[in-house]
Design a protein around this ligand. Structure first.
Ligand SMILES: [Cu+2]
Length: 264
């Protein structure tokens, strides 16, 4: 009993020590790492069949699950390029700062999923119609944000990288629905998805053609796609757990051996 609580204390002390070391930030980021900086794009491809008045969407064989990490735990090409990075405190008024900065909430996130249009006939969409991406279901604790990197969503013009609009998830100011674009053009859009903690998350999106008020056009058929994320624990945290466990195991086995040799 005493040994176990000793191990616990040791683990906590080690964790605190490592956390103190981890506070040595070297790199100040003024932006959220994009998909190319964090493992590559995974893109739901949307196609409009103008004559059939239908929408289709596919991931084209790509994995439908992406891993979310907190900033310092991103692993890209086998290394952790953000191991010593924090967001520039000059950006602390930006919406993402408190959620994503390692000195603040340090939440897992990903920008890898991005919606794009495969067909070149967007200009043939019905006059005054808009294409919407609506989250029809979303795991508790998962939120999606637009940062204005890739598209003018809801009148951000010009897009500003300091925008941080929660478009999906509990508390969304936009009813889990965004107007993606219209016949004048639709750009690739990579929302930032943020998880409230480690675990598995998913969201289903309906992509439909609607009027200027978000109502679906009755003669068009929509399409749906489910995307998945898994937010993994910070390696520093679980490594400490493993390390602590090994130390405890070592002492436990030594005790067993001692007991065994005394019994002989
Ligand atoms: Cu993309």
């Amino acid at each position: 009993m005493k040994r176990a609580s000793g191990c616990k204390t040791f683990g906590v002390a080690l964790a605190l020590g490592m956390a103190a070391l981890g506070c040595h930030a070297e790199t100040l980021l003024n932006y959220i790492p994009g998909p190319d900086d964090t493992g590559g794009m995974v893109m739901p491809a949307v196609n409009f069949d103008i004559s059939a008045k239908s929408v289709s969407v596919t991931l084209g064989g790509a994995s439908d699950t992406v891993t979310m990490y907190s900033l310092q735990d991103y692993v890209v090409w086998g290394s952790k390029p953000y191991a010593d990075a924090v967001f520039n405190p000059a950006q602390s008024s930006a919406g993402w700062y408190s959620q994503l900065d390692p000195t603040q909430q340090n939440l897992p996130f990903s920008t890898r999923f991005g919606f794009f249009v495969t067909s070149g006939n967007v200009e043939m969409l019905p006059t005054a119609s808009y294409v919407y991406i609506k989250a029809t279901s979303i795991s508790p604790g998962l939120s999606g944000y637009d940062v204005g990197y890739y598209i003018d969503v809801w009148g951000q013009d010009p897009p500003s990288s300091s925008e941080w609009l929660q478009v999906y998830g509990e508390g969304s100011a936009y009813n889990n629905n965004i107007a993606w674009g219209d016949s004048s053009g639709i750009s690739m859009w990579h929302p930032v998805f943020v998880a409230s903690g480690v675990g598995s998350y998913s969201a289903t999106f309906e992509i439909y053609v609607g009027d200027g008020y978000g109502n679906a056009l009755s003669d068009w058929t929509s399409a749906s796609i489910t995307l998945n994320w898994v937010a993994v624990p910070e390696p520093s945290t679980w490594m400490l757990g493993v390390l602590g466990g090994m130390v405890c195991l070592y002492f436990w086995r030594r005790r067993q051996e001692k007991t065994a040799s005394q019994q002989v």
